[in-house]
Design a protein around this ligand. Structure first.
Ligand code: SAH
Ligand code: MG
Length: 202
């Protein structure tokens, strides 16, 4: 991987105020990925490819990341960035709305990273659970949304997003098959591990 190119991609994204993953969040995820060595990762929300490129370093040999971006310009930039860094054999980019693309996928993933429209998090969770391996992990970024999720006062603009993020948190914490922790790193990161409940075994 070309780290010089990666640093340039990060710098440009920050200059353009593209909400790429924050350094402390990336540190936490990197540790999880190093331990897990995933074969397949699903990312919802590519932006310009920064997080996908970072994650690709921790894949198992011949592993792959499937990532979805609906903004055509960003998707094109992501495609170029992935090439510049030299990881095009590890990342498969889907252009379009994840709400439409996810139901067409039928694969099993070790890790799902949710980092797109906050109002769609409950739907993304449903899709992630459908495709998650028995010992898989679902990560959701921006889960505390600048603290709005924990505050009573929300401007109208954020209200729908907050409602859906709270719904997401409720579902992951109440689901008996998931073991969840919510970290205050970055903009909030939810980590939900599938408990390996082997159906039919004692
Ligand atoms: N994961 C990236 C940042 C993603 S920012 C990184 O850390 O580098 C969120 C992105 O999700 C935006 O580019 C936005 O266009 C995209 N997005 C939002 N809703 C989406 C949807 N429903 N389907 C696909 N992409 C979506
Ligand atoms: Mg994010």
């Amino acid at each position: 991987m070309n780290k010089v190119e990666l640093a340039k991609i990060k710098e440009k994204a920050l200059e353009e105020h593209i909400p790429i993953i924050m350094d402390d969040t990336l540190d936490v995820i990197a540790k999880i990925l190093i331990e897990k060595r995933p074969e397949k990762i699903l990312e919802i929300g590519t932006a310009v490819g920064y997080s996908a490129i970072c994650f690709s370093e921790y894949l198992k040999e011949n592993g792959r990341i499937d990532t979805i971006e609906r903004d055509e310009e960003r998707e094109e930039e992501a495609r170029e960035n992935i090439k510049k860094v030299g990881v095009e054999n590890k990342i498969k980019l889907y252009e379009g709305d994840a709400v439409e693309i996810l139901p067409t996928l039928d694969e099993k993933y070790d890790v799902v990273f949710i980092d797109a429209a906050k109002g769609k998090y409950p739907f993304f969770l449903e899709q992630a659970l459908r495709m998650l391996k028995d010992d898989g992990i679902i990560l959701a970024d921006n889960i505390l949304y600048k603290g709005y999720v924990m505050s009573d006062y929300n401007k109208h603009k954020q209200r729908t997003a907050v409602t859906h993020l709270r719904q997401y948190i409720k579902e992951i914490t109440e689901n008996p098959e998931l073991e969840t922790e919510i970290l205050e790193v970055g903009d909030g990161l939810a980590i939900s591990r599938n408990r390996v409940i082997k159906k039919g075994s004692k």
